[in-house]
Design a protein around this ligand. Structure first.
Ligand code: G16
Length: 543
């Protein structure tokens, strides 16, 4: 085994997005592309001598090859040990759990999350810091800067390491330790939730479907739901992870999780349904013929946190991303705890959790989590709901409607326009920006615009400032329209329109969100000139 210093030159396009570097597999397969980025991570994070690293991915195509490259580079860059998930697989929340449990010097997670996989699909990589969370902007920016100046990388010339059995292998001076992260994760979950209560729920005949979408959560779901909670085998759908996710789009929403949606809206639907995404950090919650928006789910979990053993003493505070509805704000107000509004991206929650200011947090993009790890956590959210259901023993729909009756409802929907030409999407955003002054005070039917702005955030812990985090059109009655370009797509641009109307009138709670928001949707289309500028008539995805 010899150490090689390989000359290279910077590539363009290695700028990380909302959640790390995500590109087509073919881009990552270019000679030196992955290596450049990994060396930039190592050069930036400055791991101490003989540090340990956590490494794993969501199992998508190119995961195994990438892991072998990263192991050889870690050995050449002075790491003494790398903890790798069995088969090279770690869900994102499990990676966060492992980093924290074994106190490693952060970790490298290989995932393009909910984006499609396979040879023609997407791949991704990100670095998580020693607190277990996604690297903050100042580190991702520094990695990017480093990737623009790189001249060489270090790698060990060595045979591949077997990842298919638990145990240790030497790679030069470094130890590769293959671990059972499924057990580490399941133990953490059993320390948070009342597994006996959930077991009793399943034993009572309660019916459940969990759709792993052929992605990473299959083995985790089997261990937790089937082995530890004795749920019936029929509870699992699409639970075998596949390199291309079975050709599907592992994004748990009403469009892409169609297998589950068909079951939950069909005859004899089960009591409870849930799905998770490619890397296991997102969740979708469904009752029988009933969809719980992620924003409402966060509010409901916050309102019921004391039912859960780990949160029985109460929660310190909550946080939500700006485009997430203000439903949780109302719960925080009632509980007398702080509520923080951050930009989109889980990395913004880390400082607040490390400082003990926040216990629960979530985003409209199907992410919910707590301070048990520093990532959003799909199965954790499902277990939270199961624990609540085990105690309340009511249908999901009734629980949600009672919540609205108490707090009012923030009727909410997101319309995504995917795969837009980049110029057209930028044109829409520029046009709205240019209209800020003329829109202020303008009346559209019963809605009057109070103010338009570009969301900026100052981190209350480290004082860092993040600008241009989405356009907010705020109405006098508290309703909002938000326009934002996605930071996770790899094909053209995705424009997201977030629509929210506060509805204190309890009589209207049965209304379909699209019906209730019809006027807001029209206002959004009018002020953005979206149809004229993009030629699109309808959104790609509505949630
Ligand atoms: C990532 C981040 C999330 C964020 C989402 C936004 O999710 O981890 O915190 O809400 O991106 O996506 P977009 O920029 O497309 O709206 P994930 O699950 O892709 O890692």
């Amino acid at each position: 085994m010899t150490l090689q210093v390989v000359p290279t030159q910077p590539f363009s396009g290695q700028k990380p997005g909302t959640s790390g570097l995500r590109k087509r597999v073919a881009v990552f397969q270019q000679p030196h592309y992955l290596e450049n980025f990994v060396q930039s991570i190592f050069d930036t994070v400055g791991a101490p001598e003989a540090a340990t690293l956590t490494l794993g991915g969501d199992g998508r195509y190119f995961n195994r090859q990438a892991i072998q490259i990263i192991l050889k580079m870690a050995a050449a860059n002075g790491f003494s040990r790398v903890l790798v998930g069995l088969g090279g697989i770690l869900s994102t929340p499990a990676a966060s759990c492992v980093i924290r449990k074994y106190k490693t010097y952060g970790g490298i997670i290989l995932s393009a999350s909910h984006n499609p996989g396979g040879i023609d699909g997407d791949f991704g990589i990100k670095y998580n810091t020693p607190n277990g969370g996604p690297a903050p902007e100042k580190i991702t920016e520094a990695i990017y800067e480093s990737s623009k100046q790189i001249t060489c990388y270090q790698i060990l010339d060595a045979p591949d390491v077997s990842l298919d059995g638990i145990g240790e292998t030497r790679l030069g001076d470094m130890v590769v330790e293959v671990i059972s992260a499924v057990d580490d994760y399941a133990e953490l979950m059993s320390a948070i939730f009342d597994f006996n209560a959930i077991k009793a729920l399943f034993a009572s005949g309660f019916s459940f479907r969990f759709d792993a979408m052929h992605a990473v959560t299959g083995p985790y779901a089997r261990e937790v739901f089937i082995n530890r909670l004795a749920a019936p085998e029929t509870s699992l759908m699409n639970a075998i992870p596949l390199e291309d996710f079975g050709g599907g789009h592992p994004d748990p929403n009403l469009t892409y999780a169609h297998d589950l949606v068909t079951v939950m809206y069909g005859d004899n639907a089960p009591d409870f349904g849930a799905a998770s995404d490619g890397d296991g950090d997102r969740n979708m919650i469904l009752g029988r013929g009933f969809f719980v928006t992620p924003s409402d789910s966060l509010a409901l979990l916050a309102a019921n946190a004391r039912l859960i053993p780990a949160y029985a003493q109460g929660i310190a505070g909550v946080a939500r991303s700006m485009p997430t509805s203000a439903a949780v704000d109302r719960v925080a107000e009632e509980l007398g705890i702080p509520c923080f509004e951050t930009p989109t991206g889980w990395k913004f929650f880390g400082n607040l959790m490390d400082a003990g200011k926040v216990t629960l947090c979530g985003e409209e993009s199907f992410g919910t989590g707590s301070n048990h790890v520093r990532e959003k956590d799909g199965l954790w959210a499902v277990l939270f709901w199961l624990n609540i259901l085990a105690i309340k023993r009511q249908p999901v729909e009734n629980i949600m409607k009672r919540h609205w009756a108490q707090y009012g409802r923030n009727v909410y929907s997101r319309h995504d326009y995917e795969g837009l030409p980049t110029d057209a999407a930028a044109g829409v955003i520029n046009h709205i920006h240019a209209s800020f002054i003329s829109l202020t005070g303008k009346q559209f039917g019963r809605y009057t615009i109070q103010v338009c702005d570009d969301f900026s955030y100052t981190d209350s812990v480290d004082g860092s400032i993040s600008n241009n985090q989405g356009i907010r059109i705020l109405f006098v009655d508290g309703s909002r329209i938000v326009f934002r370009l996605s930071g996770t797509g790899t094909e053209g641009a995705t424009l997201r329109i977030y629509l929210e109307a506060y509805e204190p009138n309890r009589g209207q709670h049965h209304l379909d969100a699209q019906v209730a928001l019809a006027e807001m949707i029209q206002i959004a289309l009018d002020i953005s000139e979206l149809k004229q500028r993009t030629g699109r008539d309808v959104p790609t995805v509505i949630t």
